[in-house]
Design a protein around this ligand. Structure first.
Ligand SMILES: Cc1cc2nc3c(=O)[nH]c(=O)nc-3n(C[C@H](O)[C@H](O)[C@H](O)COP(=O)(O)O)c2cc1C
Length: 362
């Protein structure tokens, strides 16, 4: 087992500088367990759990994914299960809470539940050490730190990174436009975003959007990041909670086969199929509104996503399933176990950094 430690490892108590991105609509419970047991940061995703509050508006079959429990109970059970199954390996996990304006009541509920779960159970307190907020204003969330948690915030620009730093975030994830699912209206890609954010803030930066192997982890370190967050790559693993149809799509698609169109809050990057193409057509109807500065993110956008009728992934065919994924679908060709993946990323990072020395002329 090779070593690769950065500041991120010390702050989070993990072995490798790799974070698993939060990924709704699933709880990513099995994935978080596998990632934490493999020495990286496993993350439970909360966004889909909130869909149980508004089943008629949500573009997922909330009851199938989560049963009848209310969102707080779904999250608590998930935290308990993950804690139980990673405590032997001293694995570390976090909870991802999107804090978009459309979502604030649910965000508050999930943050409170996470804090409470830690206060009531010392195993959870040892294991669950992180809250990762995303997709919204960081300012109201600084109190997370008062409860002994490390606070990570995800941003799409230098402006938002500075805002997160002044709000008190411990770590900033700079997420480029290549990434899967929600992306910013302003399309800044990782190659420009990551070094710009690393230069602009003093807290450690983690790179997201397009990172999927040792070559890209090595690149992230060179760009000034102290680690990477991977979403799309982790979907295509044996343990991930995603449907087989979604895993297969990630493996089969090439790098041109993603599209951005309007999502639930802001644009999303979809795996390209007929369904995604229809969403992009609908989005183009709204582009003039966006350029005129009118708000385009509202409940209406959720309903619009749903207008075609959601095809449950259990019975879906590849052209009609609603699936999100980043541009790195074009760089993913296998379905390894999480442990095999992480070991190969670390090994390859060492190799790439060494080889780079060799081909440089002195
Ligand atoms: C299917 C999918 C669902 C996602 N859902 C969330 C989410 O609920 N919350 C969040 O903060 N980020 C979400 N993301 C973004 C990831 O956490 C991560 O930042 C992103 O995938 C990184 O880019 P990559 O896909 O190129 O690895 C999602 C990404 C994907 C692919």
């Amino acid at each position: 087992m090779s070593e690769l430690r950065t500041e991120i490892c010390d702050i989070l108590g993990i072995t490798y500088p790799i974070l698993q991105g939060g990924m709704g609509p699933y709880k990513t419970e099995e994935l978080a367990i596998a990632v934490a047991n493999a020495g990286a940061l496993g993350v439970i995703s909360s966004i889909g759990m909130a869909a149980t509050l508004l089943p008629e508006a949500a573009p997922i079959d909330a009851a199938r994914l989560f049963g009848d429990d209310p969102p707080r109970v779904i999250l608590r059970k998930s935290i308990e299960n993950v804690t139980e199954r990673v405590k032997q390996s001293n694995g570390v996990v976090g909870v991802n809470v999107p804090v978009a304006a459309e979502f604030l009541l649910a965000s508050k509920m999930f943050v409170e539940e996470t804090i409470q779960a830690r206060e009531e159970n010392s195993d959870i307190e040892r294991t669950l050490r992180v809250i990762v907020t995303s997709a919204g204003n960081p300012k109201p969330w600084a109190e997370i730190k008062k409860h002994g948690l490390t606070w990570i915030h995800v941003v799409p620009s230098v402006y938002h990174a500075k805002k997160a730093e002044s709000a008190g975030a411990d770590i900033i994830v700079a997420s480029g436009h290549e990434g899967g699912a929600h992306v910013s209206w302003d399309p800044v890609h990782s190659m420009v975003l990551v070094p710009a954010v690393a230069k602009a803030v003093n807290v450690p930066v983690v790179a997201a959007g397009g990172f999927c192997d040792g070559r890209t982890l090595a690149a992230a370190l060179v760009l000034g990041a102290k680690g990477i967050q991977m979403g799309t790559r982790f979907i295509a693993t044996q343990e991930s909670d995603f449907e087989q149809i979604w895993k297969d799509a990630i493996v089969q698609k090439e790098e041109r086969e993603t599209l951005t169109g309007r999502g639930i809050f802001g644009p999303m990057r979809f795996v390209r199929n007929q369904r995604a193409e229809r969403i992009v057509e609908q989005t183009l109807d709204d582009v003039p509104r966006f350029y005129l500065g009118e708000p385009v993110e509202s409940n209406e956008s959720i309903l619009k996503l749903e207008r075609d009728g959601f095809t449950d992934l259990v019975d879906a065919i590849p052209e009609t399933a609603l699936m999100f994924g980043g541009e790195c679908v074009g760089r993913i060709q296998d379905l390894p176990t999480v442990d095999t993946l992480i070991q190969s990323v670390i090994k390859e990072t060492h190799q790439i950094l060494q080889d780079t020395q060799k081909f440089l002329y002195s």
